[in-house]
Design a protein around this ligand. Structure first.
Ligand SMILES: [Zn+2]
Length: 250
């Protein structure tokens, strides 16, 4: 009887020790997590401020070189830059897009540019029965051509792209070695670029500055931008290839 009672007490004590031991650790690690999160947030905050200041400095810099005043030319530049801003690309350098293998914005641009501008000729329905990767397909060759046209880059790193949030699909864009499978999407607010000033420097690169506006309401200005591009001939036509873009939202 006494042995049984002793055992019971021992078990109770052991359980208590274990309970508090684990509980203590758990709350300690929870505190640690909280601390890291707060620090991360503070860090991000600082970074945002710095990059905002840099963006401001960049945008306020006086454009050097020979000014381009031709209204039709400025309008063409606006259309050129709107190809990037309509897909949410406001802040990038082409060099960085190529350097970072985790940055899939070139693939994103190649797919959605065709979806928005050449849907009938470049995008088709997936004919695979019950394709798990989306109802649409586009040849990777069309993505390559679009990247060449706007960035003057010979893109070869085609690959499947995973979604940021993994709720419904394993892939955002599934690359089968020849085509991308994906799902269509519509209805997001899009922003266009209006070039106000442009100038050509000694190496013929063009600096373009202006404002970003809501595509559905031209009077709604959401920020300013500065872009750098180089004159470029694609498919026998004069155009530009983008080098960099920076923006500042109001
Ligand atoms: Zn498919």
């Amino acid at each position: 009887m006494i042995m049984k009672k002793l055992c019971y007490v021992l078990i109770c004590v052991l359980s208590l020790v274990l309970f508090y031991g684990c509980g203590g650790n758990a709350s300690a690690s929870a505190n640690n997590t909280e601390n890291t999160e707060v620090q991360a947030e503070e860090g991000e905050g600082e970074e945002v401020t710095n990059s905002d200041e840099n963006a401001d400095a960049k945008l306020n810099e006086e454009a050097v070189g020979e000014p381009i005043k031709d209204k039709a030319e400025l309008k063409k530049m606006s259309t050129f830059l709107s190809n990037f801003t309509e897909l949410g690309m406001f802040d990038f350098t082409t060099e960085d897009l190529l350097k970072n293998p985790d940055d899939t914005r070139l693939i994103h641009f190649g797919i959605w540019h065709n979806y928005g501008n050449s849907f009938k000729t470049k995008v088709s329905s997936c004919s695979d029965s019950d394709c798990p990767h989306g109802s649409l397909v586009i040849d990777a060759k069309n993505v390559t051509e679009t990247i060449k046209k706007y960035f003057d880059v010979d893109f070869k790193s085609h690959k499947s792209v995973k979604p940021d949030f993994d709720f419904y699909a394993e892939y955002l864009y599934y690359y089968d070695g020849k085509r991308y499978h994906f799902n269509g999407a519509d209805g997001e607010a899009t922003f266009f670029a209006r070039v106000k000033k442009a100038s050509k420097d000694a190496s013929s690169q063009i600096t373009m500055t202006g404002e970003l506006y809501n595509a559905n309401d031209e009077s709604e200005i959401i920020g300013t931008f500065k872009a750098l591009a180089k004159p470029y001939k694609y498919d026998g036509k004069d155009t530009w290839a983008i080098i960099s873009m920076a923006n500042r939202f109001h």
